[in-house]
Design a protein around this ligand. Structure first.
Ligand code: SF4
Ligand code: SF4
Ligand code: FES
Length: 216
């Protein structure tokens, strides 16, 4: 069986027909195209295991990890699969977007723990909450899918999840400041549409964390 991928390359869509193999993921399909059809196709990947967050692309309009996305369900639909770069980031080439703004924001928002001088004890339940919010792999899917991110003063679900994590972390000297930073970054403009929850591959649930942060 063959499958048809339509891949956005700049302002055009290019079609690639490839043979489907059992267990094939979208990343396998992109590798096949690169190896056997067009070596100039550009996309990002690294771990192939849903850990590094580098391979997220839009599949039929939804941001997903290419290495985790099985192609079998798409073959049953017998429609071409539309593959495009993530939204809300400048396109560098084909499926590769420029995430340097995201990296810059980490520095601007100081997304790291400022440790207290004395060791801080954390109860297991709180530790579980912190760990859940820490599961983020920076894939950018939530930022890409959030309708509010077009406002450059809106930090976005990825960063609100980070503010939440640091706010509840008693080891962080600046934890109280995190809520203020979230308010300054327009957290109240969140539409609570849950789009970020629905696309997060690690079940960080940014929209839920936003609602919790606002309620503190
Ligand atoms: S719930 Fe809020 S942060 Fe999440 S996608 Fe909607 S507007 Fe964006
Ligand atoms: S919160 Fe989820 S969707 Fe957003 S960057 Fe982290 S892992 Fe990706
Ligand atoms: S290649 Fe690392 S998450 Fe897909």
């Amino acid at each position: 069986m063959n499958i048809l991928l339509k891949i956005r390359r700049g302002d055009r869509l290019e079609s690639f027909e490839i043979p489907y193999k059992d267990g094939m993921t979208l990343l396998d399909a992109l590798h096949y195209i690169k190896e056997y059809i067009d070596p100039s196709l550009s996309y990002r990947h690294f771990c192939r295991a849903g850990i590094c967050g580098t391979c997220a692309v839009n599949i039929n309009g939804f941001p997903k990890l290419a290495c985790k996305e099985q192609l079998l369900p798409y073959t049953l639909e017998e429609e071409p699969i539309l593959i495009e770069p993530l939204n809300n980031a400048p396109i560098l080439k084909d499926l590769v977007v420029d995430l340097s703004n995201m990296v810059r924001s980490f520095k601007d928002y100081e997304i790291w723990v400022y440790p207290k001088e004395q060791p801080t004890k954390i109860d297991p339940e709180l530790s579980h909450h912190i760990e859940n919010a820490s599961d983020c792999i920076l894939c950018y899917a939530c930022q890409s899918f959030c309708p509010e991110v077009k406002d450059k003063f809106y930090a976005g679900p990825l960063f609100f999840a980070k503010f939440y994590k640091l706010y509840i972390d008693p080891r962080d000297q600046k934890h109280g400041f995190r809520l203020l930073e979230a308010l300054n970054s327009k957290i109240m403009h969140c539409l609570s549409c849950n789009k970020c929850n629905n696309v997060c591959p690690k079940e960080v649930h940014p929209a839920t964390l936003i609602r919790e942060l606002i309620s503190f």
